[in-house]
Design a protein around this ligand. Structure first.
Ligand code: SPV
Ligand code: MG
Length: 291
């Protein structure tokens, strides 16, 4: 399968999609469905550990999951790197590791450590000082090994209750610090903050959005006209699987003999994990014959 780099995807003239994955099998499903890039979501990964998306999973636990994802797919991965798990020194280590794993991009957000999931209501979201956040962007760019590695700077200003002037001001600062793209987040149930943000400014880099809460009150044409480059479907596989698991648990307890459970076949599981390869012998293409 021919894949495009994350950078090419973000820079394309089309509105692009990144789809959430939280482990190897969900990543494989995303790739097989035809998505061109993966969002390795902090909400989905930490939830699958049974943890809150509030920096409770350690960065190395998250990275181990990312490693399974990279082993499972060829399409590029944008890692949701939260706030970089500390200061710019932590970001430096993380970016070096991501480069070793072949991950093509990291998204870091300007929430203070420990962050709280952006969609959580009734909690205080606090922003990091602009210069400290810019240091994280700079260190990530300084230490990338692949020239196409993307550093996405995520703006949490609307989430933390700031007005668009502050969010736009920060966006320009982060772009100047070297961000390859920006992600502007909003948790309203309409796209009004995104419209305000895009209408008043002309950004030199691609803009990404996560329309979890406002997609139902907007549409793709609106985003195209606003000049949005990519949409992240941030949690849909996790939510789909929770729904399916709840339903099968309930159904087995209530009516074990009902066959109609919407399950994948066992063979589908084997196919997704490449188990059918087990008995295929090595080719010996590099055999060496000694005299
Ligand atoms: C995630 O998927 O982990 C995100 C998006 O960061 S959100 O949950 O909306 O914060
Ligand atoms: Mg996240």
């Amino acid at each position: 399968m021919k894949t495009r780099s994350l950078k090419d995807i973000l820079l394309s003239q089309k509105l692009e999609f990144l789809m959430e994955a939280h482990n190897g099998i969900s990543a494989k499903i995303v790739e097989e469905a035809g998505f061109q890039a993966i969002w390795a979501s902090s909400l989905s990964i930490s939830s699958s550990f049974g943890l809150r998306d509030c920096n409770e999973a350690s960065w190395s636990q998250v990275l181990q999951t990312i490693e399974y994802i990279t082993d499972s797919v060829k399409i590029p991965i944008l890692m949701d790197g939260d706030n970089g798990y500390g200061n710019y020194n932590n970001v430096r280590i993380l970016v070096k590791k991501l480069n070793k794993l072949g991950v093509q991009g990291i998204c870091i957000e300007d929430q203070l450590f420990p962050k709280k999931n952006s969609l959580l209501n009734n909690v205080k979201h606090e922003l990091e000082d602009i210069n400290s956040f810019c240091d994280k962007i700079k260190v990530a760019k300084d230490h990338q090994k692949n020239e196409k590695f993307c550093v996405v700077a995520r703006l949490e200003g609307f989430i933390a209750g700031y007005n668009k002037n502050e969010v736009i001001h920060r966006a320009h600062k982060y772009i100047c610090a070297g961000a390859d793209a920006i992600l502007v987040h909003s948790k309203l149930n309409t796209p009004s903050q995104i419209i305000d943000f895009m209408e008043d400014s002309n950004f030199e880099v691609p803009v990404i959005i996560v329309p979890t809460t406002y997609f139902k009150n907007s549409n793709l044409d609106l985003f195209i006209n606003l000049g949005i480059s990519a949409i992240i479907w941030a949690n849909h596989n996790l939510r789909a699987s929770i729904y399916a698991m709840k339903s099968v648990c309930k159904s087995i307890l209530e009516n074990p003999s009902d066959d109609n459970k919407n399950l994948a076949s066992i063979n589908e599981v084997f196919e997704l994990t490449n188990s059918l390869e087990l008995d295929s012998k090595p080719t010996g293409a590099n055999l060496r014959f000694l005299n």
